[in-house]
Design a protein around this ligand. Structure first.
Ligand SMILES: Cc1cc2c(cc1C)N(C[C@H](O)[C@H](O)[C@H](O)COP(=O)(O)O)c1[nH]c(=O)[nH]c(=O)c1N2
Length: 210
């Protein structure tokens, strides 16, 4: 049996507070094996029926990386057009990906045809496959921060284009594209909060009783 003491719990809470979505990376490379170690942690995550539906693609090829950057630019320009006035100006000033600087690129998919788990838990809720992969990304996010590594989740992308660029099976659903590297700075507040886009609210605002 492993027991966790008060000091550990305090530190764990600090880890939650200091985990950030990182878009501003230093250029130094990740140590050898760092990405693989994060993927190992992700594989310890909960998954519906123990289906482990996550599929990880470490993107190293520069042509593919550049294609992802181009797709992000196109999607981000489209997103900007959906805003107007002061909100548009504010959106334009946000940095929403560190794709060009991050030494590590990791695309994450959910394999919807995966037979592991023998469909347990997903007959009425097939979307639990995608939830499982999102849960794995969150575990990896925290583990990365504990190692001083920053992770940035990029979703301003066209999933069909990502499939094309990475040549992955049709049955894989795109869940997220992660930039991985060392953050330029550490913060205890989200970048979107510091940029005055949105602010974190208290748990009681999301909680009701029945
Ligand atoms: C599913 C999903 C998708 C995205 C994100 C997150 C998640 C969970 N986030 C990061 C998001 O903006 C960030 O988590 C919040 O602003 C809170 O900040 P911290 O993560 O606490 O730093 C994110 N950030 C960004 O700059 N570009 C993006 O495309 C996305 N996409």
């Amino acid at each position: 049996m492993v027991a966790f003491d008060e000091a550990f719990r305090r530190q764990l809470r600090e880890l939650f507070v200091w985990r950030r979505d990182v878009r501003r990376f230093r250029l130094d490379p990740l140590p050898s094996g760092a990405m693989e170690r994060l993927i190992e942690i992700a594989c310890l995550s909960p998954s519906v029926g123990l289906s482990q539906p996550w599929r990880f693609v470490i993107v190293e090829d520069n042509t593919r990386r550049s294609a992802v950057v181009e797709d992000f630019k196109a999607c981000n320009a489209d997103a900007l057009h959906s805003y107007s006035g002061e909100r548009a100006a504010r959106y334009a000033s946000l940095k929403l990906a560190g794709l060009e600087e991050a030494p590590g690129h990791l695309a994450v998919f959910a394999d919807k045809t995966n037979d592991m788990g023998h469909r347990l838990g997903r007959a009425t809720m097939p979307e639990t496959i995608e939830y499982s992969v999102a849960a794995a990304i969150c575990c990896m996010w925290l583990a990365a921060r504990a190692d001083g590594i920053g992770l940035g989740w990029v979703s301003v992308l066209n999933p069909a284009r990502i499939h094309e660029v990475l040549e992955v099976p049709e049955s894989w659903k795109f869940i997220g594209y992660l930039c991985v590297g060392y953050p330029q700075e550490e913060f205890d507040r989200p970048e979107l909060e510091r940029a005055n886009w949105e602010h974190r609210r208290l748990a009681k605002e999301f909680t009701t009783q029945r």
